[in-house]
Ligand binder design. Structure first.
Ligand code: G
Ligand code: G
Ligand code: MN
Ligand code: NA
Length: 253
């Protein structure tokens, strides 16, 4: 309860910020995943693993999630002008509870309209579990937002309960191979087989496939050889504060 009160205060006091992790495709930075960070004046830096679950439970995730959407859209709207920044997409993680709210579509549209961000540069990252809860309702929301140009990624793919029957019905852009399969992809034949299978599945469904948690050049090469050309990971960069992310994009051009 103390944590929740602190989160409420922190949200009002501007203690939350977004970090950006580059997403690389065919050798250049194509976009960023926005990741929430909380700088508490006394607790210091609190990682999402210590507050997201609590925010979900208490319902505060609704306000927190709205702030994340608005902030990511404000950032998108600012990344205009210089050719590199103006082409970036920004991906936002959406929590199951937030997505299930009746007003979710309106919330996203409001964040876009309020900032002037281009909907086609916004990606929403959903997880498998949340999609199966109310499949028809999920598809309906996704289709509505797709109509405005918003893209969808299926995050942590392979760790949840995706049914392939639903997968083909979801209007997705992208599948993200969970980092748990990438970590030992060079040494564990099962992980290698799973990674290859996800790439083949995604590709045959017409989806972009992104590998998460790429830490070494050897992992990157293995994935590329197997048809996965888009990745995120410490090999290029951890999530960065806005200015450092912008500098990296310019450097990497
Ligand atoms: O860097 P990392 O510690 O950022 O993130 C840990 C976990 O927290 C990830 O599973 C990520 O999906 C989740 N997370 C990070 N930022 C957000 C956010 O803005 N909203 C939600 N719902 N989850 C987030
Ligand atoms: O669940 P989600 O995929 O949204 O969360 C991504 C998480 O993975 C974040 O906590 C992010 O900081 C972390 N991450 C990003 N790149 C790497 C990496 O190369 N290695 C590891 N171990 N973690 C990473
Ligand atoms: Mn994610
Ligand atoms: Na993930």
């Amino acid at each position: 309860a103390q944590l929740e009160a602190d989160m409420r205060t922190g949200l009002a006091a501007g203690q939350f910020e977004l970090y950006y992790q580059p997403k690389v495709g065919h050798g250049s930075i194509r976009g960023a995943e926005a990741l929430l960070r909380w700088r508490h004046p006394a607790r210091g830096f609190v990682p999402p693993s210590e507050f997201i679950a609590q925010a979900e439970q208490s319902g505060l995730i609704l306000q927190l999630g709205q702030w994340v959407l608005e902030e990511a859209c404000r950032q998108l709207a600012q990344w205009t002008g210089p050719p590199l920044l103006s082409q970036l997409s920004v991906a936002v993680n959406v929590s199951p509870r937030q997505f299930r709210e009746a007003g979710f579509v309106a919330q996203v549209l409001q964040a876009l309209a309020g900032s002037g961000a281009d909907a086609r540069r916004l990606r929403l990252e959903l997880t498998e579990g949340m999609l199966l809860h109310d499949v028809e309702g999920t598809i309906d929301k996704m289709v509505q937002l797709r109509g405005y140009g918003v893209g969808f990624s299926l995050d942590d793919f392979g760790t949840g309960y995706s049914s392939l029957a639903y997968l083909k019905r979801l209007p997705l852009h992208e599948l993200k191979i969970d980092q748990g399969f990438v970590r030992d992809v060079l040494t564990d034949p099962n992980d290698a087989a799973i990674a290859r299978t996800i790439v083949a599945l995604g590709t045959s469904l017409g989806l972009q496939v992104v590998a998460e948690g790429v830490e070494t050049e050897a992992q990157r090469q293995f994935l590329e050889k197997n048809g996965c050309h888009v990745w995120q990971g410490y090999l290029l960069s951890p999530p960065l504060p806005r200015e450092r992310f912008e500098a990296l994009v310019q450097e990497h051009a």
